[in-house]
Ligand binder design. Structure first.
Ligand SMILES: [Mg+2]
Length: 275
């Protein structure tokens, strides 16, 4: 693995000419959103930093009450998917009881329907633990189908990243996906969030998708489908992204949910009563 190259680039080849420069909540872009809502659309979300604010520790991340309420209503009107780097059981627990039909954990490596992909070899954990034992503020999270090495609390993040990168080079058939203050390691060949989005689209019978995410790993999903069939929205404006649209902050995800809800206000859960 080449530490200097953005490792996603080699596998995605996303068009860096495209960038998250259009505010999806701006009046000028309302028509674009409406056009997707009129179609047979799937709404797909990342979790951390998208549906929930980034927390100081992964265990503390949860949706605001307002987000949860909005998502519940949205999920009654649209087919929805959540695609997270967390373990499936973990993300299930954080989404419950919101009726999201398509849930994916481990970046797509785990789902409610498909068989899980290749587990992380035990040697990886041995190597990582040995190599990183002396690096202060680094934690290794074993998610069975992927490993996340967190360095948010490292005193020297640059040093921590370099040590993690060195250790990853010693792992056999490892695929590195850089995240926000963390590095994910997947067995080569395991699915990415892009694969998960394509599977969710197929399972839902939808023809297009809105995908909302904030992280480097979400770039796979932003670029997973042809332009005409996807409306990718990045949380936070960024020059280099495959997402054409953005919302300025995580809090604005609520505004986007409210907008989506308003666009299908007439489609609620109609209970048919026998007369
Ligand atoms: Mg995220």
């Amino acid at each position: 693995l080449d530490e200097t190259a953005p490792l996603l680039g080699g596998t995605v080849g996303w068009d860096v000419g495209v960038s998250a420069t259009r505010d999806i909540l701006a009046k000028a872009n309302a028509a674009a959103l409406e056009q997707f809502v009129k179609a047979n659309v799937l709404l797909a979300f990342d979790f951390d930093g998208t549906l929930s604010p980034i927390a100081t520790a992964p265990s503390k991340a949860r949706m605001r009450r307002r987000t949860r309420a909005l998502l519940t209503e949205v999920a009654r009107r649209y087919p929805c998917a959540v695609i997270s780097g967390r373990r499936l059981a973990d993300i299930q627990q954080r989404i419950r009881p919101v009726p999201v039909q398509h849930l994916f954990g481990n970046h797509g490596g785990e789902s409610l329907s498909a068989r899980p992909s290749a587990p992380v070899p035990r040697e990886w954990l041995t190597t990582l633990s040995r190599d990183l034992a002396c690096v202060d503020g680094v934690t290794i999270e074993n998610k069975r189908w992927s490993v996340t090495v967190h360095y948010r609390h490292a005193a020297d993040r640059r040093l921590a990243r370099a040590a993690i990168a060195d250790s990853i080079r010693r792992l056999n058939r490892a695929r590195r996906l850089d995240g926000i203050e963390s590095i994910n390691i997947l067995p080569a060949g395991n699915p990415t969030k892009g694969d998960a989005l394509r599977i969710a689209l197929q399972q839902s019978g939808c023809t297009s998708a809105v995908f909302i995410g904030d992280d480097v790993t979400d770039e796979h999903a932003f670029a997973a489908l042809p332009r005409t069939r996807t409306l990718p929205v990045r949380v936070g404006r960024r020059r280099q992204s495959a997402a054409r649209y953005y919302v300025a902050s995580q809090r604005q995800v609520d505004d986007l949910l409210a907008r989506l809800l308003a666009l299908r206000a007439d489609r609620g859960n109609v209970v048919m009563r026998a007369r």
